[in-house]
Design a protein around this ligand. Sequence first.
Ligand code: HEM
Length: 565
Amino acid sequence: MDDDFYSTDASDTPANLLSAWTYALPAPSSMLMTILLAFLAVILATRYLSERPSKLVDSGNGRTVGILPYWLPFIGHGFSLDLSPHGIFALNLGATTYNVSNLLAQKDSAVHFQSIAWIVVQKFFGVPKRSKAKYFKNWEEFNTYFIFLMKEPHLSNTLKATTKNLERNIPQMLTFVDTEVDLQPWERFGKATYISDSETEVNLMALMRDMLGHASVPAFFGRALLDKYPELLHDVYDFDKGTYFFLAGLPAWTPWPASARAHTARFRLWQALDDHQRALDATAEGKPVDPSWGDLDDVSELIMKRNKLFRGKLNILPCICTTDERFEVKERADLSILWALVVNANLVVYWQILNILAQPGLLDRIRAEISPYATVSKPFSIGTISEAPKLTISHDALSKDCPLLRSTYLECLRLFNQPWSVRQIATDVTITGDKKASNPVSFVMHEGEYVTLPHDLHMRDPKYFKDPMAFDPERFIVHNDDGSLSTNVGTIRPYGGGPSMCKGRVYAEKECLTLVAGVLAFWDLEPADKRAGWEIPEQVKTSAVSKPVHDTRVRIKRRKFDWEL
Ligand code: HEM
């Protein structure tokens, strides 16, 4: 069996381990009481022992970073985060201590990123520990492949495929049938209920999240992956919910349902992506492929290049490759790409659409702005039978020529996002406090400690953003001297910062604007409870873009277009 629970042995799957715990639950009450008392003693002791106040060091010139107390051993601060008055403190995730600073800039020689990235690849994505040497040997090469996300013509190739999927799927978003079996997959997960032949009630977040996933995942991995694994997106969502459990190293048998669910989801994702890799290997090596994969000619350049590197650089023939060069299927971390592709962008579109709908008058202004670039044309018809109206979207123009739409996107990234950057201290450093402050405090950080930069502290800081908790659709609009409008991102850091800044940011913006413009151009949405009106739910923190504390139930109808009036 591989380390990290990466086992295909059915007896050891997270699902089986979960059921083992279910059998253990109806234990005698005295035993339960003993377990509860022991648990209470452990958390009280942990609370007492875990706090480490900041101490003076360096002959009184600096302080160490204090560790906030926590209640659960191993998990540490996995569930909560509060700030000290200096905006600098330490927290514990699993067995590792992370310093948290509001001071961003440090020289490259003082901080490392690769060691952190490996922890994530190994603990979160579940690549076996033994693969470290192979990954470190090829690290630069994997990083150079991010040009397939960032640079032309590759970026446009992936965006073209994504836009095409959205242009096809948005007009077919709702089927208006009352037989569940005939619903689109995104309607089913959105708990769609039939109201009439022209109206459906559905959960907005679930619907938007899956709609974007059904456009972006096929654009990267090819159509066949989602066709063969229709639960894939939902496995990513469940896996993401376990971020802290994985980073804290909790095993699959941990008696915590969310942890077990996250492990099960990751196991299923491994199966799907391993299968995908085997099909890509076989296609490249001219071996027979399960016909349900098709010819895989729609897989993106990024995934194909990574597959080539996974197969080993010398793999003109598979037998020439040494095991040092070839990554076994179980060592391949394409789950990292799938996860990054889906978890954040797919939630932003929900917040953006909801906030546009909730601000009186904003929808009309956005529709007027996007109307030249998200157009709906009369369908072809014979007699009374006609196709769905045709949707055409220009993703480039939405970014460049629709400042109000782009400003609402940036405002959602500012308000509904808690992005973090993490670095490891390479040599002991002292971070000096603000010299203009009356009592500047300097902090000493030691080699090997981790620094985490929570960018949302700045993005919602009233010193920089007026009325920071309010959604201001025009916050990022710039009025130019010639009377034109444009947008300026300013100082927000929704995609993190430094060398590890998000490599999918340009793609993300364009796919999100394309979906939002397409949906608003094609459909009319109303709150299901008209008397309550639009409500913006509280946020649930995730690894970056928040989830809503509850979904938003909406009624949706197709808009009436010029030729129908
Ligand atoms: C609005 C949506 C998105 C947000 C808010 C977001 C946010 C982030 C953040 C905060 C990071 C960590 C940055 C750091 O360490 O400083 C990151 C990394 C990354 N993101 Fe995104 N992301 C989004 C969409 C995407 C998409 C669609 C992709 C496409 C695959 C993607 C690919 C990546 C990759 C590859 C990295 C790792 C970069 C590296 O380690 O060098 N992201 N993202």
